[in-house]
Design a binder for this molecule. Structure first.
Ligand code: FES
Length: 242
């Protein structure tokens, strides 16, 4: 049997009966009682919604589920990935319309790894006033502002290094008052670093050769035809590099 307790509900000052292992969250303005250890994504589903957009890997890698929320009595607009952020009592969730960004189209072969390229491809980067809003918004905890500053200096390798774990959820861009598209600048610098600044990889060339010679086609076909349960087990049982 669930224990019950009285908890204060968001903003209203009312006290309502809520099971102690459950919390109140507000989705589109409506209160729902959800398990306290649920992620935001699970809570939304527990409330009866089916998530068919804004979700991908459900494990914090793909960046599809960037979310904004507020907490009771806290003016701050919080950011997080819905698949990994746990609910909190009184959390108010909102749907974000979209992440504003104008993704540039460029030919990597015609670019050089320097500040001139940043200026040409993403000139808005130079509007950075170093307010740090992007870093505060990053659900990965990356010092986003630092890599934008490095991009302005033309230190492309440092950008690639700092932005390595970026999942491109776009929450930095969403919050940036200067309308910079930080994650796209990061992707550009990672491409430039791979193309011009890292030494050539013999292993990569070998692997690409194997793919071109269709070495893995049979195995790929086998995976595509596999039952989902078997495929899931295979995925979680795989060897993971330390
Ligand atoms: S669904 Fe992929 S990061 Fe959340």
């Amino acid at each position: 049997m669930q224990k019950t307790d009285h908890k204060s509900i968001h903003g209203s000052g009312k006290r309502q009966r809520v099971r102690t292992n459950m919390v109140n969250v507000f989705i589109m303005g409506k209160r729902h009682v959800v398990p306290e250890h649920a992620t935001i994504m699970r809570a939304i589903e527990h409330a009866g919604h089916q998530i068919i957009r804004g979700a991908g890997c459900r494990e914090g890698f793909c960046g599809a589920c960037g979310t904004l929320y507020r907490l009771p009595g806290d003016y701050k607009l919080h950011t997080g990935l819905a698949c990994t952020t746990l609910v909190q009592e009184g959390m108010v969730l909102a749907q974000i319309p979209y992440v504003p960004m104008q993704k540039a189209v460029y030919d990597l072969e015609k670019l050089t790894p320097d500040a001139g390229t940043i200026e040409k491809v993403y000139p808005v980067t130079f509007r950075c006033v170093a307010c740090g809003t992007c870093s505060k918004a990053c659900p990965q905890g990356l010092p986003v502002m630092d890599y934008i500053q490095a991009a302005m200096r033309g230190d492309i390798a440092t950008v690639a290094d700092i932005a390595f774990d970026c999942v491109a959820c776009g929450l930095c861009a969403l919050r940036c008052p200067a309308e910079i598209i930080q994650h796209e600048v990061g992707i550009l610098c990672k491409r430039l670093t791979g193309r011009y600044l890292r030494k050539e990889s013999r292993e990569l060339d070998e692997r690409l050769g194997e793919i071109r010679s269709r070495k893995f086609d049979a195995e790929y076909d086998e995976l595509m035809a596999m039952d989902k349960k078997v495929l899931t087990k295979l995925y979680y049982d795989r060897d993971i590099e330390p």
